[in-house]
Design a protein around this ligand. Structure first.
Ligand SMILES: [Zn+2]
Length: 374
């Protein structure tokens, strides 16, 4: 990392510049009295809490006096997360299942079991003239976002995955991992420069940069929140709710045809791997704040289908005996993912499609049907 940028990055972390917006008040989970939805969604926002099982959500519920935004959803389903080669999926295979409708092997990014690239819902939307976006709290080329935009044999091919961003016309992205774009070891390409040549406005994330967005047809934006992995919420990361709110507002203006946006609360999973209950809770509540922002938009917009789900559970997390409200006793059975089903919450036009128990691949087909793409 160049010394100047390194200094800037350290400054960001130590001074919490990106948390200069005070933590925003949690959106009231009470819906407005009269929300009328269109018959079909123009927009779909898929929100993935990585590693977010039912116990994680329960811990969020029992750690607060007010209801979670996730408690507003009335359409609820369950999805089976296993991959093509393992009952315990990883994020690459599960994200590919939701993005493409195909079960694949653990570690595959946007490929089927024969390593043939599969067209993702983001690419399907883009092809039909909809605007597209990704907002995450991991690096932007991490497994979950990668599976919606890239096609690579292994999730660890970070620089190759970054290259795939040049092959799409994604309109808006926010996440970490700038170094995979402009300090590459694999080749000497500078992808930040190449994105700029393609008409993108690329900058480091700040609330100010985000508030100055303009939605002219030709404008596309990429905001890097860190050189590598963004910090956890407990170390001052605050951008997810605001970036999610900005993303839906920006994308709405961007195309008359609608938009597809994937938002990931990436670090719920990392807390599960680390077996740290309070780390998990911070990340889950931050993700729920983002859900609140998106629901607020969906209520006003009326043509937006919001889906909140997970890619898998992580940690075998439990709320153990002797727990009390706000004094929970956490326990974990593993520092890896587990095979339990995960919930699917849906809100807005065509939400009813998401009721029932089904394979993770169905998320793709249900989104395609809701959009009327078939
Ligand atoms: Zn994981």
């Amino acid at each position: 990392m160049p010394a100047k940028r390194f200094f800037f990055f350290i400054l960001l972390i130590t001074t919490n510049t990106w948390s200069c917006k005070p933590k925003e008040v949690v959106v009231s989970p009470t819906p407005p009295a009269t929300v009328t939805f269109a018959a079909q969604p123009k927009n779909i926002v898929l929100m993935i809490g990585d590693g977010m099982g039912l116990s994680q959500i329960s811990a969020g519920i029992y750690s607060r006096d007010t209801k979670l935004n996730m408690e507003r959803f009335s359409v609820i389903g369950l999805q089976k997360t296993y991959s093509a080669n393992n009952l315990i999926t990883d994020s690459a295979a599960s994200a590919t299942a939701m993005a493409c409708g195909k079960k694949t092997y653990n570690s595959a990014i946007g490929l089927d079991t024969d390593t043939i690239p599969c067209k993702t819902i983001l690419e399907e939307a883009e092809e039909r003239g909809l605007a597209t976006g990704l907002v995450v709290t991991s690096t932007i080329n991490h497994a979950t976002p990668a599976a919606f935009i890239a096609h690579q044999k292994l999730r660890i091919m970070y620089e190759e995955i970054a290259t795939d961003f040049l092959k799409t016309d994604i309109d808006f992205f926010v996440g970490g991992g700038r170094k995979y774009f402009d300090e590459r070891e694999y080749d000497k390409r500078n992808l930040v420069k190449e994105l700029r040549n393609k008409g993108y406005h690329i900058s480091d994330y700040s609330p100010k940069n985000l508030s100055s967005l303009t939605s002219k047809k030709e404008n596309k934006f990429g905001f890097f929140t860190s050189e590598n992995k963004p910090p956890p919420f407990s170390q001052g990361r605050r951008y997810l709710p605001y970036a999610s709110q900005t993303a839906v507002q920006f994308l709405e203006q961007k195309s008359d045809k609608g938009f597809f946006l994937m938002i990931e609360g990436s670090q719920i999973d990392w807390a599960g791997h680390a077996n740290q209950g309070y780390f998990m809770l911070d990340e889950l509540l931050d993700f729920d704040d983002a859900v609140g922002k998106v629901l607020q938009f969906a209520d006003k917009n009326g043509e937006t289908l919001v889906i909140v789900t997970a890619d898998h559970e992580c940690g075998g997390f439990a709320i153990n005996p002797k727990s009390k409200r706000k004094r929970l006793r956490f326990a974990f059975t593993t520092n890896n993912h587990t095979g339990t089903m995960v919930p699917v919450f849906a809100y807005g036009p065509k939400a009813e499609l998401f009721r029932g128990i089904y394979e993770n691949t169905e998320i793709y087909f249900k989104m395609m049907e809701a959009f009327g793409f078939q």
